[in-house]
Design a protein around this ligand. Structure first.
Ligand code: SF4
Length: 315
């Protein structure tokens, strides 16, 4: 049996590779979840403020200009639509509003526009704002901080070794350096990844340890939802059994005990019927879908949480 509270890389690889006693693993993850997060599940809404036409070639992403996917593309969502999502966040008393901007590098004028949108959101709700926004210069990051962005999402997505298989237009180190700059400026960091893209289990372990080194406030774990027209190797999703997905979430919790651990995209597919176990590990989910794929509505998400005996967060 492993010392779950001092997980080494070898332990983590063993846990993913061999038949682990899943109930013992879940119990260990639940001990930490209860200690740091109580019984609460935080629910977040995700609004894609800018969609599509991205210069980067991330193989899994519907928004990449290199992939051929029929999605709605827009430079900036209508201000009224964003404010209506902001009001939903307020009315449902959701904790945080996550907003995504497709693209990797932006001009100062564009970042000024993003900041104006953030100010608008702050005027309708007290919810924290987390922004997913490519690579920023230091001065652009300060503009968003002044506008009220609390947290920035920048995922590592996979391991350093596997990264060139999913993206070649920027490097893993570009991502890490951007995150370190944002940390220096005092942003909370949201940093996670995706499983099911054809990576090995060792790659998942390496990714989880890279994430642990960053010490993020929040760790979203996505399970690949293959989208027609993307270049990603979709054979990897065969790996995504409920047991394997739960093990990955448990490792994320054991390696980042006090962080928000979020079951993000794919939870509705790969963990269907296993939500009770999932909530023993994670304390955070999205409602209403992801950047380009739909998901469970806020009302249904809240009902699921409370039916399973958990509270949802009102802060
Ligand atoms: S993941 Fe981000 S950087 Fe990569 S293609 Fe999609 S929007 Fe662009």
């Amino acid at each position: 049996m492993h010392d779950y509270f001092n997980i080494t890389r070898d332990d983590a690889a063993d846990i993913l590779n061999v038949d682990e006693n899943l109930s013992e693993l879940l119990d260990a993850a639940y001990t930490l979840r209860k200690k740091y997060k109580g019984n609460v599940v935080k629910v977040q809404l995700l609004t894609n403020v800018r969609s599509g036409n991205c210069s980067e070639n991330c193989a899994y992403c519907a928004q990449s200009g290199h992939n051929d996917v029929e999605i709605q593309k827009y430079r900036l969502v209508a201000y009224d639509k964003l404010m209506s999502d902001g009001k939903t966040v307020r009315d449902k008393k959701l904790v945080r509003h996550c907003i995504g901007f497709s693209g990797i590098r932006f001009g100062d004028k564009e970042v000024g526009e993003f900041a104006a949108y953030v100010r608008g959101l702050k005027s309708v709700s007290d919810a924290d704002i987390c922004c997913s926004v490519g690579f920023l210069t230091e001065s652009q990051a300060r503009v968003l901080k002044d506008a009220g962005v609390n947290r920035i999402n920048h995922n590592l997505n996979s391991s350093r070794r596997f990264y060139p298989n999913i993206c070649t237009t920027h490097s893993y180190d570009d991502r890490i350096n951007n995150i370190l700059m944002l940390k220096r400026l005092g942003f909370e960091i949201c940093c996670g990844g995706i499983a099911g893209m054809g990576e090995s289990r060792g790659d998942v372990v390496d990714m989880l340890f890279e994430i642990k080194n960053i010490a993020p406030a929040s760790v979203p774990i996505n399970f690949l939802v293959p989208i027609d027209g993307t270049a990603v190797d979709r054979s990897g999703v065969a790996e995504l059994t409920p047991e394997y997905c739960l093990k990955i979430l448990c490792l994320a919790r054991l390696l980042n005990p006090a962080a928000d651990i979020r079951a993000a995209a794919g939870r509705e597919i790969y963990l269907k019927g296993y939500e009770k176990e999932m909530f023993r590990v994670v304390d955070s989910v999205f409602a209403s879908g992801y950047l380009t794929v739909g998901g469970q509505s806020p009302d249904d998400t809240i009902k699921l949480i409370t039916d399973l005996g958990f509270d949802y967060a009102i802060e």
